[in-house]
Write a protein that binds this ligand. Structure first.
Ligand SMILES: [Zn+2]
Length: 214
């Protein structure tokens, strides 16, 4: 009978030195964040006490950042693989993250695939892994690598493929201002990287029946 194996993905796991999980960092200090937002508003020439609409803004902004930066721990439960040797693909997993350089959001979809060896994982957990790494200050390249590395570490599959397509508000609202520009990043490990046929299968599965234009 199948015996599941659990890895609780939380700060304890991170402390044990799992190389791809990185550091979730300390919890958000809400009062300090509120004060800082009030200072930022003042520095931007906006006086929270001078406008009723701004009165509660420091608290709201601090709470929003806390929500976007504090991933929820979860159990990455894996099961023995009983003979499935095809690729497992989760396509179009929506995610939001925060750009490390501008503190502005970037959002898009992740396509996550693995080629099982001895262990498989519940499909919903692939989305949880994406969310875990998205809820911190990020650059898209690192986010892609961390998702792939986490699955590689915990499933020891024959291969992993991760492709992220995202729109960065720091590109579309400011700077070059090109709305709709998508940034695509990928991380391929194991057979997904080494075997051209496997890689091709992955790419055609995530692009087959193209998702509607975003
Ligand atoms: Zn940015």
């Amino acid at each position: 009978m199948a015996t599941p194996a659990d890895t609780m993905i939380n700060s304890a796991v991170l402390e044990s030195g799992h190389r791809f999980l990185g550091d979730l960092g300390p919890a958000v200090d809400l009062p300090a964040a509120e004060r800082a937002v009030a200072d930022l508003l003042a520095a931007l020439g906006q006086d929270p006490s001078g406008h009723p609409g701004l009165a509660d803004t420091p608290r709201r902004v601090a709470a929003s950042f806390a929500e976007m930066l504090e991933p929820k721990p979860f159990r990455l439960t894996t099961f023995p693989n009983e003979g499935y040797d095809e690729m497992v693909v989760a396509r179009d997993i929506p995610f939001n993250s925060l750009c490390m350089h501008h503190l502005l959001p970037f959002k898009g979809v992740a396509h996550v695939a693995y080629l099982p060896d001895n262990r498989i994982v519940g499909l919903s957990k692939l989305a949880r892994v994406v969310e875990l790494f998205a809820r911190r200050l990020q650059v898209q390249e690192a986010l892609t690598t961390q998702i792939a590395g986490c699955l590689d570490l915990n499933l020891a599959p024959k291969g992993v493929g991760v492709v992220l397509e995202a729109e960065h508000m720091c590109m579309t609202l400011r700077g070059v201002q090109k709305p709709g520009t998508m940034t695509v990043t990928s991380a391929l490990l194991g057979k997904m990287r080494e075997d051209p046929r496997t890689r091709q299968e992955f790419l055609s599965l995530i692009h087959g029946g193209l998702a509607p234009a975003r």
